[in-house]
Design a protein around this ligand. Sequence first.
Ligand SMILES: *Cc1c(COP(=O)(O)O)cnc(C)c1O
Length: 433
Amino acid sequence: MKYYSTNHVAPDVTLQEAVVKGLAPDKGLYMPERIKTLPASFFEHIEEMTFQQIACTVADAFFGEDIEADTLQQIVCDTLSFETPLVPVSENIYSLELFHGPTSAFKDVGARFMARLLGYFIRKQGTRDVNVLVATSGDTGSAVANGFLGVEGIHVYVLYPKGLVSEIQEKQFTTLGQNITAVEVEGTFDDCQRLVKSAFLDEQLNAHMKLTSANSINVARFLPQAFYYFNAYAQWKRMKHQGSLVCCVPSGNFGNITAGFFAHRMGLPIKRFIAANNRNDIFYKYLQTGKYEPRASVATLANAMDVGDPSNFARVLDLYGHSHEAICKLISGATYTDDEIRATLRQVYETYGYLLDPHGTCGYRALSEGLKPGEEGFFLETAHPAKFKGNVEAIIGSEVAIPATLQAFMTGKKQSVPMTSKFEDFKAFLLEN
Ligand SMILES: *Cc1c(COP(=O)(O)O)cnc(C)c1O
């Protein structure tokens, strides 16, 4: 399968090139030239399949032309070493819990898949060391660092905004050592993302070292996220539900929800989508006005969604032929302040005994306000609430237990490289390494 750039200037590439390059040389994002529709029989029997079986079918539609069947199956099964249960919260609302992986956030799925696919390509090609640059607003860094930890031939640099990630998040990528280097940037997530993008476009750096990205712009990270949308539908059917299903995704860089749009294009019967934003409401405003106006991000309780210029917006536009009308037909939006997040998190905990994290809270609220009579819906619970322990405890007024997988990270010693937000400084650091 060929991959084209959303800017349509750079030449088409193979899957391998798209994965290794990350960003296209014309600054566009890679898209597969075709999105295959899955047969009706697949959806008729999906509830009889395991998550891994479902994911193998979806992965074959994306990558089957480029990777041998048994290798692809191995990569999918290694990636999905955990479940994504669909849990009822209230009468017509379900939580798709995506936090049962090693770093307790949905990004484990894409990061684990990408690490294995990149490892496979490097082995096959026998290329020199590959350096993965990743900017994180919190959860990407840990998922990518843990997904790639110890993978031979790959070094990972995690760039994160100093003081803007939670203590647990920071521990998850600063304590690993081995092939993982944490870079603590004096700035915001957008600064980190800019440093990474500039590095990819810098000729001197690219001559010096082989660079690739593991942000949600990378096709190997964002496409596998489609797996769990199908798995949600399978579980919903297994509970004997039918009718109209709405999907709500707490969104920042829009990689997660874009994978949902791909699933929809492949035939998954989701009636419509809701994109839930925190106060960084660029996409919400786009839906209202038809104008896309990126802004500097502001810090919120749902920090992994603090994005002022969502990268995957280019893919959304491309997928719907740049038609604001087509986009509004399928997708609606919502935006919430920190006070609203606090109120809803507390209310859902007190009413239903279900503890949300601040990101999932935006998803729950947008769904509960957006569902129409006769509709049911699920939101993506994108992280475990214990990842935001301090904030969540302050909201509900009681202690949040930390799961054992997260607890293990807390004992390590933080190691990071201090960095300014100037590209020259970051470049000099990489050239020395
Ligand atoms: C990254 C992240 C998001 C936002 O996902 P995008 O794919 O960037 O839209 C939402 N919630 C959590 C917990 C995250 O880590």
